[in-house]
Design a protein around this ligand. Structure first.
Ligand code: PGA
Length: 256
């Protein structure tokens, strides 16, 4: 894993966008793995800027999102389908029929999960996956558990996740309690992964992710086993790291 520590959210967003731009320039028909939440919003803004400047096109790309709430319509303001429309898709030229997000209102969620993995496999797997990290160490909606779930699956959301995501809803009781999420195997099969973290509330999860212990109780820790992860972490999210000690294990770039 390469670790790039940056000063703040803006720098994190810019660096992450640069990796996406490089990916699209090298391979215009890339399969992109996308994430929702507050963390990647700045990166999407940067990508829209690069798109508007004519530097990149999404015309040949395909996108798969990590997860979606179960039980809310895709047009619901807080659905991840709607989030992607608002934060990226309406602004760029990614064809509508190559914007994949699991459907949280599918009649048969097991079939939906299975079909989602089949679609990813048929597209050739994910070239570049972006991940945020939950305060509890989740990636996608792979919540702390006793085992890693391999494939796309239905998840019961953690109390902490429901609490954290309640900021987007008018009332905590409106936050869905179930979601569909790509599994750990699907994520780990991505050729390249960028993990983004900003803010001191992520400090504990980041420290545990890099601690050397690999456990489904801190799902992001599995990324230590992936051959091509770049973690872009701002100073606040990195505040609990013993950077000098970690240099034995990781290539770390720190801000000037
Ligand atoms: P956030 O969520 O970007 O809104 O902090 C990250 C996550 O839960 O993966």
């Amino acid at each position: 894993m390469n670790i790039i520590i940056v000063n703040n959210y803006e720098e994190m967003s810019r660096k992450a966008a640069h990796l996406f731009v490089a990916q699209l320039l090298n391979k215009p028909d890339s399969v992109l793995g996308l994430a929702t939440g507050s963390t990647p919003v700045g990166m999407y803004k940067e990508l829209i800027r690069f798109y508007n400047e004519g530097m990149i096109t999404f015309k040949y790309a395909t996108a798969f999102n990590l997860d979606e709430y179960v039980g809310i319509e895709k047009e619901h303001p807080q659905s991840y389908w709607q989030f992607m429309q608002d934060n990226l898709f309406v602004e760029v030229d990614l064809p509508f029929d190559r914007q994949f997000i699991p459907s949280g209102t599918a009649e048969n969620l097991e079939d939906e999960a299975h079909n989602y993995d089949r679609r990813i496999a048929k597209a050739g797997g994910i070239d570049l996956q972006v991940l945020g990290i939950g305060r509890n160490g989740h990636i996608g909606f792979n919540e702390p558990d006793l085992k890693f779930e391999a494939r796309t699956h239905v998840v019961k959301l953690d109390e902490q996740t429901i609490q954290d995501n309640s900021r987007f809803f008018s009332n905590i009781s409106e936050v869905p309690t179930l979601a569909l999420s790509m599994g750990v195997k699907t994520i780990m099969q991505s050729r390249n992964i960028i993990l983004l973290a900003s803010g001191k509330e992520k400090g504990d999860a980041i420290q545990k992710m890099l601690s050397g212990n690999i456990t489904p109780e801190l799902p992001a820790s599995v990324l230590q086993l992936h051959p091509s992860v770049t973690a872009i972490i701002d100073l606040e999210a990195a505040s609990r790291l013993d950077i000098e000690a970690l240099r034995d294990q990781y290539k770390i770039v720190t801000p000037k």
